[in-house]
Design a protein around this ligand. Structure first.
Ligand code: UT7
Length: 300
């Protein structure tokens, strides 16, 4: 499709494979499958959910929300439902909202990160079309016992750098029309190299802030689960934090950058691989369009 090759992609991004949704397979289809698995794993019924938050930038359609579509598919009759737009940070942002709801009396909040990035990918732009993948992950957030649970969340944004990653068309600035299509404005645009530098800096900063909020150092962390954007970003952040790579979870080689889905996908694989156990201290960190960056510390 574009002038690129496997060696460049592997060396510059760490990506070897990606998953792409089938034609007609929408964000809510992926999200509902992940949500059902999360509810089963948690032993929670859909009717026990108070709130469904879907972090996505590739929802099924502008209205209604993907969360409302999923609420029906899941049969979560009692649940409020809405989407949350914070791009690659969406899952961490949604986790933070869920944490606040649970701490103020809600019982169970379903947090979903689901993306069909292939729908907003310009397959003629080699700087972006080699990066993104489709996927979904979900978590059920409920009251924690003892010293376990979400210890803190840390969220930041800088809208002044919004142009680094954006989809310029399809909203009220440039509604869907012939001009938008002629300019390919419905697709994601990214200034990759500038984004890369800000990503490393902000991921390091927010990780340090998270650790120092608890008087901890990287030595106390059992596993760091970062947003899977680029293997070089993950290695650079680990080096700056002096965090050994054995403590950094990576699966970008098999999924690419799945935006809001990347952290829940990684958490699920880390649990299944036995790298997160009961009592593990896990730090998650993300960076993405907005710009937004975020982190959370979780005692599993
Ligand atoms: O998840 C949300 C946040 N997003 C990110 O964190 C993404 C951050 N950015 C990145 O991951 C990297 O910047 C990219 C992987 C997107 C690009 O890697 P880079 O090392 O920053 O490359 P570059 O943009 O500086 O381009 C280097 C060269 C250029 O050629 P010249 O000008 O040096 O001749 C590009 O035209 O690589 C060229 N290039 C490619 N070559 C082969 C760009 N894309 C490709 C490609 N295949 N797919």
């Amino acid at each position: 499709m574009v002038a690129t090759d496997d060696a460049w992609i592997v060396e510059r991004t760490g990506i070897r494979e990606r998953r792409i949704a089938a034609p007609g397979q929408a964000c809510s289809d992926l999200g509902t499958r992940a949500a059902q698995q999360a509810l089963t794993a948690a032993g929670v019924e859909p009717t026990d959910l108070d709130l469904i938050l879907v972090a996505t930038c590739t929802g099924d359609q502008p209205l209604p929300s993907t969360a409302c579509l999923m609420q029906t598919q899941l049969g979560a009759r009692r649940a409020a439902a809405c989407d949350l737009s914070a791009a690659c940070c969406g899952f961490v942002y949604a986790l933070s909202v869920a944490d606040a709801y649970v701490k103020t009396g809600s019982r169970y909040v379903l947090v979903v990160g689901a993306e069909v990035m292939s729908a907003i990918t310009d397959w003629t732009d080699r700087s972006t079309c080699i990066l993104f993948g489709d996927g979904a992950g979900a978590a059920v957030v409920g009251p924690a016992e003892g010293n376990r649970g979400i210890l803190s969340t840390h969220l930041r944004s800088d809208g002044g750098l919004g142009e680094l990653i954006c989809v310029p068309g399809g909203g009220s600035t440039m509604p869907p029309n012939e001009k938008m299509l002629a300019e390919n404005a419905q697709y994601l645009k990214m200034k990759g190299n500038e984004t890369y530098k800000v990503a490393i800096k902000t991921l390091e900063e927010i990780a340090r802030e998270t650790l120092s909020a608890h008087g901890l150092t990287v030595n106390d962390i059992d596993l760091y689960v970062p947003h899977q954007a680029n293997i070089r970003i993950l290695k650079a952040v680990a080096e700056r934090l002096q965090l050994p790579m054995e403590k950094v979870f990576m699966n970008i080689d098999r999924y690419g950058n799945t935006s809001a889905a990347s952290i829940p996908l990684a958490l699920d694989e880390a649990v299944k691989a036995g790298r997160i156990k009961d009592g593990s201290l896990v730090m998650i960190g993300a960076f993405g369009a907005g710009l937004t960056w975020a982190s959370a510390l979780i005692r599993w």
